[in-house]
Design a protein around this ligand. Sequence first.
Ligand code: NDP
Length: 408
Amino acid sequence: MSPAKSSTVLVIGAGGVSSVCVHKMAFNPEIFPEIHLASRTKAKCDAIAASVKARCGRDIATYEIDAEEVPAMVNLIRKVQPGLVVNLALPYQDLPIMEACLAAGVDYLDTANYEPKDEAKFEYKWQWAYHDRFREAGLMALLGSGFDPGVTSVFTMWLKKHKLKTIRQLDILDCNGGDHGQHFATNFNPEINIREVTAPARHWEKGQWVETPAMSTKVAFDFEGVGQKNMYLMYHEELESLTRFVPELERARFWMTFGDQYINYLTVLQNVGMTSIEPVKFQGREIIPLQFLAAVLPKPETLGETTKGNTNIGVIATGEAIDGSGEKTFYIKNICSHEAAYEETGNQAVSYTTGVPAMIGAALMVQNIWRGEGVFNMEQMDPDPFMEMLNRHGLPWTVEELPEPVAF
Ligand code: NDP
């Protein structure tokens, strides 16, 4: 196995997730001695660099880049000479950035799997197809080092290592109990978020995918630190990797909470065609309604100041206990405060809960604690060092035994 070449990092993208990740990297100079930041709009990189400078006095070098231009990306990587490229742009840029990493000979990390622009469909197959090329180049690509995917996969593998010999059923519960005071807004990139929630729901049941209409299965759940919320069955990308790496799973589901107001607005927008990704002619040119909608919605990075409340994201798993005591159920979760996240990095908790795990994944790679040659999902790595860093870097977790499997 070849070690990481250098602990210099090049971060791509300058939205909320990138802002949190770059701040957290800057707060840990012993792990990240040199940080470079590039994105489509350099002014956004400069704003993050200015905030980092004000908070901890460190300098971040910034650049303008279109990450879809592979030769330009390769030139930038050669100039900066990082050991690792941290992709915090959008899922559309995953493949060009992976190509650039291969051409320039550096490791790769992201938080969201590739999605073609013209089809609301995310799958790991496009990125898994890069495995042999990364392996042959002696490079490592780590996919999905955010919260979900990311921490949810690590939570599951920690339970599998320390509590459960096998996992029979798994429920991922993602609750954002934050209130931003806006009529309608999304907490991360609106285009990606709306594509995700308007797609049909899919869950794993007895060895196959079961598809149901979007937002058609609703369950009320009492979330610690938030209160009772309606959560909806959805498809989410870690279900694909979890069912691959935990093959004994009989059932795996993903749930996300949405308030009634959010659902009402989304239903209207959907009914009038504003969430469509089919191009329409408008004043002589083609526009994509969802991209236009994203342009008029509040920018997620502007919501931080007004957002109050907590997120609560966790995993409930039932299976055969490691100690031979029969079937057991465990609930492992993190509760994150929007206000505390904003105070620390100037971003709300949805960006924080994604940016911190991106920093941790990067830290484990540049320190050679997580290492491999090829393309890897979070499930394939030892969960312990990641779990330990979550506790130390702002996302502490708790685990409890539940008296019985979930009743929903
Ligand atoms: P934002 O939309 O706030 O930021 C995306 C950034 O990428 C922007 O700065 C944007 O530039 C930049 N960008 C877009 N296209 C290009 C390009 N062609 N070249 C260079 N830069 C580009 O998104 P978020 O910060 O909210 O999310 C970032 C990523 O994190 C997304 O992939 C999202 O799916 C993922 N995510 C993952 C989660 C998880 O738990 N795993 C949860 C939440 C998000 P510009 O400023 O010019 O628009």
